[in-house]
Design a protein around this ligand. Structure first.
Ligand code: SF4
Ligand code: SF4
Length: 308
């Protein structure tokens, strides 16, 4: 096996990931994210995670990837596009774009396993782990560190080239790579996301009160949606795209190129009354491999009823 330099490994890995369909790739040195500790602590103390207890677990591990992966040297951050021009019937209650197709966890993990195999052929055995939208990793902080975007006032990772409709994933590995550096914040004086949020969940720039967010109500919350929010969910039945749809940087979004993310024709065609009459059989068929499964049939029914 030919010996390559750290720089060569880095260039190779990025090129391979881009060839496999990832849009942006950046590298950080594995270290403790000490600058994130006070932010994470005060967010949790203020109970901004609502009933999402998993956010409060593994505090130390979330700040230091070396506790998740002993011997880790590098965090590779990757972005996978899910933006689509496809639209649901305009009378239907809305589903967030990211959930139109097959479950991104499976799709992206599969790609990263393939990338890993290629990497081991080239560099020999690599220890580490793959993460896709995974709670123990502060993925936006790592992506920001690696310079593939900045964290906007809506708390999404935004690419200057293509906006924010991306899934984030990481490889935490014991392979030494050349780190990139952060880029600046391009939100400027814009407040479009704060002004447009239907539930006023962006309580101050860069701070989303998770316990007021429509995504939380329609996906995470297991009990009844608080009546105080009746009439405020802007017709979202699964997730919410408002603070991304209004972001000027998303004018640069491009249609994704992933067949597995294409929505089923039946899903787009369903009218409001079709959704109201949704049966468990149709739910199972429609969302067999979809992230929408997460709410279960009863959860989606609850959401649809709450909108009426
Ligand atoms: S996802 Fe929707 S509810 Fe949540 S912060 Fe963004 S606009 Fe507000
Ligand atoms: S809408 Fe404006 S303030 Fe909000 S994230 Fe986008 S650029 Fe930043």
């Amino acid at each position: 096996m030919k010996k390559h330099t750290t720089a060569e490994h880095t260039v190779w890995l990025k090129r391979e990931a881009l060839a496999m369909g990832f849009s942006f790739v950046g590298v950080s040195k594995a270290r403790q994210l000490e600058e994130e500790a006070p932010r994470l602590e005060s967010w949790l103390k203020a109970e901004k995670h609502g009933k999402m207890d998993y956010m409060a677990n593994h505090f130390d591990k979330r700040l230091d990837p070396r506790l998740l992966v002993p011997g880790a040297k590098s965090v590779v951050s990757l972005m996978y596009n899910y933006f689509t021009e496809s639209k649901q019937n305009d009378q239907a209650p809305k589903i967030s774009k990211y959930a139109y197709g097959e479950d991104y966890h499976d799709v992206i993990k599969h790609k990263l396993r393939e990338l890993w195999e290629k990497m081991e052929v080239r560099v020999g055995q690599v220890e580490g782990r793959i993460f896709v939208d995974s709670a123990p990793v502060l993925e936006k902080a790592w992506a920001k560190n690696a310079g593939i975007g900045w964290v906007g006032k809506n708390s999404n990772l935004i690419s200057k080239q293509q906006g924010s409709f991306f899934f984030l994933a990481e490889l935490i590995i014991d392979l030494e790579l050349e780190p990139d550096g952060p880029i600046k914040d391009y939100c400027g004086t814009c407040t479009a996301c704060i002004d447009a949020c239907p539930t006023e969940a962006i309580v101050e720039p860069y701070v989303v009160d998770g316990s007021k967010c429509i995504s939380y109500f329609t996906i995470e919350l297991k009990e009844a949606i608080p009546l105080a929010f009746k009439g405020q969910l802007d017709d979202w039945m699964f997730g919410c795209d408002v603070c991304q749809d209004v972001c000027p940087w998303n004018r640069f979004s491009k249609q994704h190129n992933e067949p597995l993310f294409h929505p089923k024709g039946e899903l787009l065609a369903m009218t409001r009354s079709d959704w109201r009459e949704l049966t468990e059989e149709v739910f199972k068929e429609l969302f067999r491999h979809s992230p929408v499964k997460r709410t279960k049939y009863a959860g989606l029914k609850r959401n649809i009823q709450f909108l009426d």
